[in-house]
Design a protein. Structure first.
Length: 184
């Protein structure tokens, strides 16, 4: 089972399985990946004795070993997904670290964002002063506009109340007046 899972991991770069199987697969695959970094006849024979698949061997020694050659260890990553519906087993994705393009690009963006954040802090004080100077000008204009809106709302409210008092014959208005009398 582990040799088949290892072959699938090397060929597809990521597989979905349970957490227990992923942890065992990690123990099985990491030494094979370490051997693949040094492409010698003996290492190929040892790895082939574990994997038993020629296509996987080609992929491992040609493609994967080039990407992991600079990494001292930790070639796989386990990402937990949650529990499976049928048997409530913990599932996860095990993947080769250097082959996840989305996480590699996200890590690069995080590094870039961190660098820009530092430059924003030094320039942020200058921008904050400019914003404070511009803010009083902006606050006076909306305050002047907000006052007439409040007055218009206050004028509209009294005009609605006499309309309700003029129509006591309506069942809704009668029900509303009885509720007011009961509350008083």
């Amino acid at each position: 089972m582990l040799s088949n899972m290892a072959s699938s991991l090397i060929l597809s770069k990521r597989i979905e399985t349970t957490v227990a199987k992923a942890k065992e697969l990690r123990k099985y695959v990491e030494p094979l990946l370490t051997r693949a970094k040094n492409d010698s006849y003996q290492n190929r024979r040892v790895v082939f004795s574990y994997l038993q698949d020629k296509e996987t061997m080609k992929e491992l020694f040609n493609v994967v070993s080039d990407k992991i050659s600079n990494r001292p260890g930790g070639y796989t990553r386990i990402i937990k997904l949650g529990n499976r519906i049928g048997d409530n087993a913990e599932t996860c994705i095990i993947e080769l670290v250097d082959f996840n393009e989305t996480l590699l690009s996200a890590a690069t963006e995080d590094q870039k964002a961190t660098r820009t954040r530092r430059s924003r802090r030094s320039g942020g004080a200058r921008k904050a002063d400019e914003t404070v100077e511009a803010a009083p000008v902006a606050e006076t204009a909306p305050a002047a506009e907000a006052t007439p809106v409040v007055e218009a709302t206050a004028e509209a409210a009294p005009s609605e109340e006499p309309a309700a008092e003029k129509a006591p014959d309506a069942p809704e208005a009668a029900a509303g007046s009885t509720d007011d009398e009961v509350k008083s």
